[in-house]
Design a protein around this ligand. Sequence first.
Ligand code: COA
Length: 261
Amino acid sequence: MQFSNLLWEIDADNVLTITINRADKLNALNSATMQDISAAFDAAKSIDGLKGIILTGAGEKAFVAGADISEFQSLDVLQAKALAQRGHDTFFAIERMPIPVVAVVNGFALGGGCELSMACHLRIATPNAKFGQPEVNLGIIAGYGGTQRLIQYIGKTKALELHLTADMIDAQTALQLGLLNYVEADKNAALEKAKSIILKISTKGPIAVAKVIECTNAYFKEDVDGFAYEVNAFGDIFNTEDVKEGVAAFLEKRKPEFKRK
Ligand code: COA
């Protein structure tokens, strides 16, 4: 696949790495890049056998330093709402992917960058990573889900502090607060860790993995009873061949061969 602002690479193990590729602008998310991200995840959904997706930023300095501020200059109210809505749609599509999406955060993850990392299922950072929601510095607020997702990960106390002060936190602090799964020594180690987690998940029942993601997302939907959602999801799984294979393999003391059926 070819994109103007993304690199797309599927390796021999069927793991896709998407790299946001505007290093000279610290990978800031302009409209073209947001369109690319949306198209890339859409395309990834229909790739048979894809085990997972790693999302990272080009260069050593930034994952993503935010939405592209230069595009804010001429926005009116309706255009600003449309921009935020498109961002929400794209980030929800990432959050709802049925295979694991892991952000490898190598440097600044600010504003839309922090929000993009939070739309991924897991986050692994390098020691130079810095997270923040600095929008109030510009007199604006987070518009790609940041006011909602940061609370989900780190709670209201620290989320409000970060949004209100625009302070950045380093990787170790983000790890302690629960925003990160791991901090690795450098970008290569972080990419390797992301891949090893994806490969581990790929040995599990793929329909079950998708259902775990769905049920977890259901917890955060106001109009959905997550417990009821789980009851249904649990039941639906019993209509699959994979559940028979998983249970039989356990009883026969062998490794399961799941077929995503
Ligand atoms: N939107 C557009 N361009 C951005 C950007 C953004 N969010 N973040 C960085 N850039 C651009 C800079 O304008 C600069 O471009 P130039 O070389 O053409 O002037 C280039 O990326 C490098 O950034 P620079 O500011 O020179 O790097 P730095 O190391 O001095 O500072 C940051 C790094 C991240 C602290 C700083 O770039 C910054 O504060 N960026 C904005 C962060 C932000 O507010 N994000 C939320 C946006 S809603």
